[in-house]
Design a protein around this ligand. Structure first.
Ligand code: FPP
Length: 255
């Protein structure tokens, strides 16, 4: 049985064209709660098992040669969840960030974050800063955690900062380009994601990287996040590679 699964994974991996890998993959990790409910367990059980998928996908992306992986770990809207769930999630982040340092180091992965992280509970914020500091010289892949993140807030803040710079005479609004606008976003240092994966069957963007995914291929799978394994990532990449990315052109113009 195990041998069979290993064979399926190997076959899928071999279908991936390493020359045409997405440089940046963004993921909306969804379905932890429902996964737990199906097993008559509390929602937190789903989040805890979601960590396994985070490890698996992070390692698999680094091994393949993906340069950036951005995970939606906590949206600004997630504060509306029951207090107990929010504090369990924050605690889980502290535990995971501490325990997984070895995995990040072993795989030469740099940890970074986007979102309003200064509003996170102190212990989560400190664990995050520690992880970012300890991995800052790693260079194989950058793992970006979106935490207390809202794309609309990010875009609004960028617009405010541009207006301030215009007042100071540092930006000419009449010639403001898309590239200059992008440079005011928290993701300024990363290329835009070419592939966005959302698990659990939901087909929404949920205020995630709205500017950055303008040309991303969207991949939705029924698999709940805790069940998302290496083979599912490979399937998403194979599917991505089968698509024709036209950027507004016709098929004929691409040949
Ligand atoms: C969405 O599932 C998941 C989250 C809001 C949290 C994701 C967090 C983790 C996977 C754990 C820790 C993460 C890291 C990066 C260490 P849901 O609860 O909305 O599921 P549901 O839609 O079934 O209710």
């Amino acid at each position: 049985m195990w041998f069979k699964i290993a064979e399926i994974i190997k076959n899928l991996q071999e279908k991936i064209d390493l020359e045409r890998l997405p440089e940046h993959i963004a993921v909306i990790m969804d379905g932890n709660g429902r996964w737990a409910k199906h097993q008559n367990k509390p929602r937190v059980f789903g989040h805890r098992n979601g960590v396994k998928a985070v490890r698996e996908v992070t390692e698999a992306c680094a091994e393949l040669g993906v340069k950036y992986l951005t995970l939606y770990a906590f949206s600004q809207e997630n504060w509306n969840r029951p207090k107990l769930e929010v504090s369990a999630l924050m605690g889980l982040l502290v535990d995971t960030l501490t325990k997984e340092m070895a995995t990040l180091t072993k795989n030469d992965i740099k940890l970074e974050a986007i979102g309003n992280i200064s509003q996170l509970p102190r212990s989560t914020y400190n664990a995050l800063l520690k992880g970012i500091e300890r991995t800052k010289s790693n260079s194989r892949m950058t793992l970006v955690l979106a935490l207390n993140y809202s794309s609309r807030v990010e875009i609004t803040r960028a617009a405010q900062a541009i207006a301030e710079d215009a007042k100071l005479g540092n930006v000419d609004i009449s010639t403001l380009s898309e590239d200059t606008f992008s440079s005011y976003l928290e993701t300024a240092a990363y290329p835009d994601p070419e592939l966005l994966i959302r698990t659990s069957g939901e087909q929404r963007i949920s205020n995630y990287l709205l500017w950055q995914i303008a040309y991303a291929e969207l991949y939705f799978t029924q698999v709940f996040w805790p069940d998302f394994e290496r083979e599912h990532l490979y399937e998403a990449i194979v599917d991505y590679q089968s698509r024709e990315r036209r950027f507004g052109k016709t098929s004929e113009q691409l040949v």
